[in-house]
Design a protein around this ligand. Structure first.
Ligand code: ATP
Ligand code: ZN
Ligand code: MG
Length: 505
């Protein structure tokens, strides 16, 4: 794509610039254009593509500059390189560089960039289309230019274009395995049957169920199978991960790039002084209503959200550490609490809810170890679904577009291993397939984000697998129904007699 950066700005010096200093500046500009800006640029790149100072003049104690570039030694990079070189040269004239001011910064792109690929951000000013080009005026401080904001912005625009080219599809789906057909012994919607039996009732919040003992017996039986058949034989140890996740964690895990529409946000009180809150309580006592608008003014944040994906809040445990060779691969899991997602209109039965329960399995090791653990898990899962739960299920490789984009599906050893396998079960009552769990090899995404290294110096990878109780139960019950005498023995045995302890009159 056609890319040009154009910058107008000035360097502010500590004193008036005299004639001899001006000669030094002229030499520095020539030196920069001919050599400094070409440093690190491949030989074959034409000079029009590389940063250049296209004009300059001295005014009192300022040097007014214009820089242009293509993709190499971009105008802003060139400016900062030049400042460094010039500050050495100005020392001779007892002049120091006191500041940089940016008057104008324009990013020019090819006409193929649609308006929808240009983000709506406060520092993006006028967007002008002329024949063959799109000009985007950026309102950025020198500090933001030095932080390489324009480079990340360009990358973001490219990403938005690639996401479109990916066909609007959220992910690419490829069948890996399909179990033998099993004639279903049940054809109803299990959520409706659970409600009818009094096993579940809606919670007060949206997408939330209260599970009575028989429903929990089913969850716990499935959980016991996971523990006995998968986690114990493969040597996983239990941990407890936090369930309130601050922005710092999602910044490192990458969720900060786009999780916003599905977050349950968390805020804290501005103070825990009871006097500060007294009228809020009084308002309720008198009106019977909670004074929400007023509460909103007295809280800080949001500071983050409720657990969304279960593994990110684990990572601060190993953040900044180097893991000993002799404990690899690390194999752990968490089953300590709820996950929360704002599913909006998508809520459905027990299988798509806003508050759900999961076991999250997590492992860390070398590239080979990480891929091997994923394979061990696939084998154990397959055994459980085939021989114990006797499900009709299938596995598919799904590649979210952001992975395709980050070049994580390349050639070579294990490169193709990064990605997610979804496990799906047939729901006979409506003929659709339900994703009830997944296994992901996440590559170096988390170790890189949380700065985790291996003692051997080898590349550190990780993987995770989310086992959703609601989804497992929905898959199992929709295929096997509620008559335990027709269930696979291992489940029936573990569930035992249903404890239906409520009776309403
Ligand atoms: P979907 O495409 O169905 O929304 P997802 O891709 O968002 O699923 P993941 O982020 O891969 O799901 O979550 C891993 C696991 O967590 C799922 O396989 C499922 O078991 C569980 N899960 C995710 N969202 C929900 C939900 N809203 N209700 C119940 N379980 C869920
Ligand atoms: Zn995870
Ligand atoms: Mg989802």
């Amino acid at each position: 794509m056609f890319v040009r950066f154009g910058l107008k700005g000035k360097l502010v010096l500590s004193d008036r610039i005299g004639d001899t200093a001006e000669e030094t500046i002229a030499e520095a500009v020539q030196e920069a254009n001919e050599r400094l800006f070409r440093r690190g640029v491949p030989r074959e790149v034409s000079s029009g593509e590389v940063g250049q100072i296209t004009s300059w003049r001295v005014e009192g104690n300022e040097i007014r500059l214009e820089l242009q570039s293509g993709p190499y030694t971009r105008a802003h990079d060139a400016l900062f390189r030049f400042r460094k070189q010039l500050s050495l040269a100005m020392g001779r004239h007892r002049l120091g560089i006191r500041g940089i001011a940016i008057d104008e910064f324009v990013l020019t792109l090819g006409e193929e960039v649609p308006d929808t690929a240009i983000p709506k951000l406060p520092f993006i000013g006028e967007v002008r289309r002329e024949t063959g080009r799109v000009q985007v005026r950026l309102d950025l401080s020198a500090g933001e230019l030095e932080d390489r904001v324009p480079d990340r912005l360009l990358r973001l625009i490219e990403e938005k274009m690639e996401a479109k080219a990916y066909g609007g599809k959220a992910e690419h789906w490829e069948l890996l395995y399909q179990s033998p057909e099993r004639p279903p012994i049940y054809r109803e919607n299990p959520t409706e049957e659970m409600i009818a039996r009094g096993w579940i009732r809606h919670g007060a919040s949206r997408g939330q169920w209260i599970y009575a003992p028989p429903a929990v017996q089913v969850f716990r039986a499935l959980e016991a199978i996971v523990q006995e058949e998968i986690l114990r034989p493969l040597g996983f140890s239990e941990m407890i991960f936090p369930k309130l996740v601050p922005w710092e964690v999602w910044m490192r895990s990458g969720h900060a790039k786009g999780v916003y529409p599905e977050i349950y946000y968390i805020s804290t009180p501005k103070t825990r002084d009871p006097a500060y809150w007294e009228d809020i309580g009084d308002y309720f006592k008198v009106t019977g209503k909670v004074w929400v608008e007023e509460i909103r003014k007295r809280i800080e944040g949001p500071i983050g959200g409720m657990c969304y994906a279960q593994c990110p809040p684990f990572w601060p445990f190993v953040q900044g550490e180097t893991i000993s060779n002799d404990v690899l691969p690390i194999r752990i899991y968490d089953r300590s609490g709820t996950s929360h997602r704002y599913e909006s209109g998508g809520i459905h039965g027990i299988e798509r809810v806003d508050e759900f329960h999961r076991i999250e399995v997590l492992w860390i090791g070398t590239v080979e170890q990480t891929v091997k653990v994923a394979e061990e898990l696939h084998d154990r899962y397959r055994h459980v679904f085939e021989d114990i739960l006797e499900l009709q299920w299938r596995a598919a490789r799904v590649t979210p577009w952001f992975m395709a984009q980050e070049g994580l599906i390349g050639e070579g050893c294990c490169a193709g291993a990064v990605g997610t396998t979804d496990y799906e079960a047939l729901l006979p009552y409506n003929g659709t397939w339900l994703e009830f769990q997944n296994v992901s090899v996440n590559g170096d995404k988390y170790p890189r984000g949380f700065n985790v290294k291996l003692q051997s110096g080898a590349e550190c990878w990780s993987g995770c697998s989310g086992i959703g109780y609601e989804r497992w139960a929905a898959a199992f019950l929709s295929q096997k129904g509620f008559d335990t005498s027709r269930w696979p023995e291992a489940v029936a045995e573990r569930v035992g007699e249903f404890r239906e302890i409520f009776r309403f009159v």
